[in-house]
Design a protein around this ligand. Structure first.
Ligand code: TRP
Length: 410
């Protein structure tokens, strides 16, 4: 397979120009200038990543012998770095591992939070690889008005939701930074190595730090970088330093990994490969993503059937027309219609989705009707999650979070 990716895609880590016209996308805020949401093609250019094309999707299908996940089929995971290089390894039957994470800032997760986990679970099954999941309770302590104990407690609370996604216990290690880092000197050594490679000037360029930011924030990126390196997990990888990882994440996390990819060669480690998702839009429209701090912008995994129904009926932004007559005549706009957007994330059946798109666009289907379909789909997703979460006992949590060998031979 030809090497189709640019080798120097992300070398210029000091640049972070953000003029007035651009969407604001960084690990701490996502605000688009347009009602249609973030311009993802522009973002790919600005970040220097590569668009996921049909060639890559076909190659994943071929290698995994799986139907590509709906997130791939529908461009929800839309951008990548070094995927072809990673698949070259898979072809040669060389191993890799998956790395993803979550910043535990709230008690309950919302639908947007589970998008990367749904996809990571699919990747774990499709490629049959080990997975590490980082809970950045330290990050949330530094950024939010939270006590360190409270951030740590939220991490453990969120683990239940993550385990309920169905990860393979024998192949998954979940860790809280606060609990794990102090116990693993190899992890800490990698943090130190990264810290020594990145100047304050570069960190400011990438993350936009300002003089009044506490110094904890400035060093934090080294903590999110460290799990990209296999030597940070000696209990899993022994003394192997050269096993690359693939990181599924929403594209707002990319700055961390641009930095990681920049320093990796200097540490003689492989660069992490990345696969990026779009954002899960807020109920009110695609200008912003769902936010856990605004309950009316989000559907939570703890919501009841009635809450889901009421929120969608009351808040889901409609691309339909004001009156039935007008809607029948002109039809609805799926590009801005939140119910349709959500269905692209959660309705599995491609044919049914296409039919809904046609009927809604032509005016045959009304806003109330598309909302009804969405309500049923999401009630089912959330109810299934709640059932699975109930089965997660303290013993199971402990198993996932204990540093140990995973069932995988390297
Ligand atoms: N910073 C991320 C958040 O706030 C959490 C995180 C840590 C993460 N490591 C990651 C997310 C790797 C994706 C991939 O949610």
């Amino acid at each position: 397979m030809a090497e189709v990716e640019k080798q120097v895609d992300d070398m210029k880590i000091e640049e972070n120009k953000n003029d007035e016209e651009e969407d604001d996308v960084n690990p701490w805020s996502v605000v688009s200038k347009s009602d249609k949401g973030v311009d993802y093609d522009k973002l790919i250019k600005r970040f220097g990543s590569t668009k996921i094309d049909q060639v890559l999707i076909d190659r994943i299908a071929l290698l995994t012998k799986q139907t590509p996940h709906r997130f791939l089929r529908r461009g929800i995971f839309f951008s990548q770095r070094d995927m072809h290089r990673l698949l070259d390894r898979v072809e040669k039957q060389k191993p890799f591992f998956l790395y993803t994470g979550r910043g535990p800032s709230s008690e309950a997760l919302h639908l947007g939070h589970i998008v990367p986990f749904i996809f990571t679970k699919w990747l774990q099954d499709a490629f049959d690889v080990p997975l590490v999941i980082q809970l950045t309770d330290d990050e949330k302590f530094l950024w939010k008005d939270l006590k360190v104990e409270e951030a740590n407690r939220l991490a453990i609370e969120n683990v239940k939701d993550i385990i309920a996604m169905g990860f393979d216990k024998d192949k998954t290690f979940i860790f809280s930074d606060i609990n794990y880092i102090g116990s693993c000197s190899e992890f800490y050594k990698n943090m130190l190595r990264v810290q020594k490679c990145v100047t304050f000037n570069q960190a400011r360029g990438i993350f936009g730090f300002v003089d009044t930011d506490c110094i904890g924030k400035i060093s934090f990126p080294s903590i999110q970088a460290a799990p990209s390196f296999s030597s940070s997990f000696p209990h899993i990888f022994g003394n192997k330093k050269d096993i690359p990882c693939l990181i599924p994440c929403a594209i707002d996390q990319d700055p961390y990994f641009r930095m990681t990819r920049d320093v990796a060669p200097r540490l003689k480690y492989p660069k992490p490969a990345l696969i990026h998702s779009t954002f899960f839009p807020a109920l009110q429209g695609a200008k912003t993503k769902m936010s856990a701090s605004d309950p009316n912008s989000s559907i939570f995994l703890t919501d009841t059937k009635n809450q889901i129904k009421n929120k969608i009926n009351k808040y889901a932004f409609s691309g339909g027309c004001a009156t039935i007559e007008e809607h029948r005549e002109k039809g609805g706009d799926c590009d801005v219609d939140i119910s349709y957007q959500y269905l692209t994330f959660f309705l599995e059946d491609d044919e049914q989705l296409e039919k809904i798109k046609q009927d809604y666009t032509s005016g045959k289907m009304l806003t109330g009707e598309i909302k009804k379909v969405l309500i049923e789909v999401l009630q089912e997703v959330v109810a299934t999650h709640q059932e699975n979460r109930k089965l997660v006992t303290p013993e199971i949590i402990k198993e996932f979070m204990t540093p140990r060998k995973l069932k995988y031979t390297f």
